[in-house]
Design a protein around this ligand. Structure first.
Ligand SMILES: CC(C)(COP(=O)(O)OP(=O)(O)OC[C@H]1O[C@@H](n2cnc3c(N)ncnc32)[C@H](O)[C@@H]1OP(=O)(O)O)[C@@H](O)C(=O)NCCC(=O)NCCS
Length: 434
């Protein structure tokens, strides 16, 4: 897929004017201008309540900004006038959707300095990103959220979920398969490479995934200088009986204060291309000597772990929203999506930002394809917000559940038909934060 470059897209003039009226300068940060980029990176660290980054951490962080459209908001009255009081970074990433992939405007690094909070700066930046993405013809925007309460107001809805696990290893036992391949320790840099390779090989088969980037894999494998936990991270890879790389895991062991033989193994990242690889990595963690508890996060909603252990109640999970989506162009978003059942329904979509609102006829073709066309004069059978449309889009939540919650309104038969058409195999899943 050839993706446009978000850096070439004009800054939104409404947002610029709105911020200028408040004495703030909304402008691009050039990643080639090292002092400006470093200030941008320091502002992000402050926004995410991290300590002041060291020179080596800044150097590593620079690589993560390559190719991104970086925007800072500056306050000329600040004694640190070159340090932005707000930041946002974005790029266009391929998103796996049911039946293929589409370009998605990825929004990240959203911070506002606590001195400038709740004055509408984030709103101006977010609306600016969404208008820019829509103007560039990108059908969807996406992000991962620090809090579930922030982005609904801009028309985002949760579309993938992650699970967190806590497993009592003594109680869990093992009830799964006995993989025939082998596990090997690898260096952190090699683990990062294995994560990238495996992710790239598998992301097209998992609805909800986006492409990763080298710094993300190095962060997960503890390879980035300045990571306070870096030296405690270890990594293993799984080779199938033919010697082909099929899985990798990075983890660290946190010693127990009271019982050394019951330390906690924290999985930082686990990826298995095959069910053998997946089982072998979990078994390695659960059977690790001197470990009493295994914890993991960023695991899919359809994770089979309870079926791999002997005592399923030893594996306790919690569920959290993870990947949020925003539909910007209804016909383009749905033209790329496959349908699991026949559909012909008119939706009335409410969009507070006026980007994707209106009445749309959604219909399936005989080959399972989908078509959405404007239907301004047709009577709508279903009413919903643009955020709910985004939540339904990847098939991760049923229209019936949203109707029960009053978030989708309409005739029960139409809701059931929409439900059946948008259903997918498995749960949509995004394995990384961005
Ligand atoms: C979240 C954050 C970016 C908001 O910035 P801000 O400039 O204070 O937000 P705004 O003033 O533009 O607020 C816009 C709206 O969002 C609401 N809002 C802002 N932060 C919120 C939060 N954390 N939870 C719930 N609502 C929030 C505001 O009340 C306002 O609501 P309204 O439009 O209905 O009146 C800022 O608090 C921040 O940097 N937090 C720490 C870093 C972080 O979590 N960033 C998000 C990364 S995903």
């Amino acid at each position: 897929m050839i993706l446009p470059d978000a850096r070439t897209v004009e800054l939104d003039s409404d947002s610029r004017e709105r911020l200028r009226a408040r004495g703030l300068d909304y402008r691009r940060v050039d990643a080639a201008d090292e002092p400006a980029l470093d200030a941008f990176i320091r502002a992000i660290a402050r926004g995410f309540i991290e300590s002041e980054p060291t020179a080596e951490k800044i150097e590593a962080a620079r690589t993560g900004q390559l190719g991104r459209r970086l925007i800072g908001v500056f306050d000329a009255t600040s004694p640190q006038r070159d340090l932005p009081v707000a930041t946002v970074g974005s790029w266009i990433a391929p998103l796996t959707i049911p039946g293929g992939e589409l370009p998605m405007w990825a929004v990240s690094e959203v911070t506002v300095a606590p001195t400038h909070r709740r004055r509408g700066i984030a709103r101006a930046m977010l609306e600016g990103e969404l208008r820019a993405a829509a103007a560039a013809g990108v059908p969807l925007a996406g992000l991962t959220a620090s809090e579930a309460t922030i982005y609904g107001r801009y028309g985002f809805g949760p579309a993938t979920w992650q699970t967190r696990w806590r497993v009592d290893t003594r109680r869990a036992g093992w009830g799964g398969t006995d993989p025939r391949g082998s596990l090997q320790y690898v260096d952190r840099e090699d683990a990062a490479e294995a994560f990238g390779e495996l992710h790239e090989r598998t992301r097209a088969s998992r609805v909800g995934e986006i492409a990763g980037w080298p710094l993300r894999w190095r962060q997960l494998s503890g390879a980035v200088p300045g990571d306070p936990h870096g030296s405690s991270v270890r990594a293993v890879r799984y080779l199938d009986p033919e010697g082909v790389l099929r899985g990798a895991m990075a983890f660290r062991i946190v010693e127990s204060d009271t019982d050394w033989a019951r330390s906690r193994l924290e999985i930082r990242h686990l990826i298995g291309e095959t069910s053998d690889a997946h089982a072998a990595l979990w078994r390695f963690a659960l059977q690790h000597d001197l470990v009493g508890t295994v914890t993991a996060e960023m695991i899919s909603l359809d994770e089979p772990l309870p079926w791999l252990v002997a005592d399923s109640r030893a594996a306790v999970r919690t569920v959290e929203d993870h990947g949020w989506l925003r539909v910007l162009d209804v016909p383009a978003a749905f033209a790329g999506r496959s349908m699991a059942a026949p559909l012909d329904v008119v939706l009335r979509v409410e969009d507070p930002l006026g980007i994707a609102g209106g009445s749309w006829r959604l219909e399936s073709g005989s080959d399972g394809s989908c078509r959405a066309v404007a239907a301004p004069d047709a009577e709508a059978e279903i009413d919903l917000g643009v955020g709910e449309l985004a939540s339904l889009y990847l098939g991760g939540v049923s229209a019936r559940s949203l109707a029960q919650a009053g978030r989708v309104r309409g005739d029960a038969a139409a809701v059931a038909a929409l439900d059946a058409a948008l259903r997918i195999d498995g749960a949509p899943f995004l394995s990384i934060m961005y």
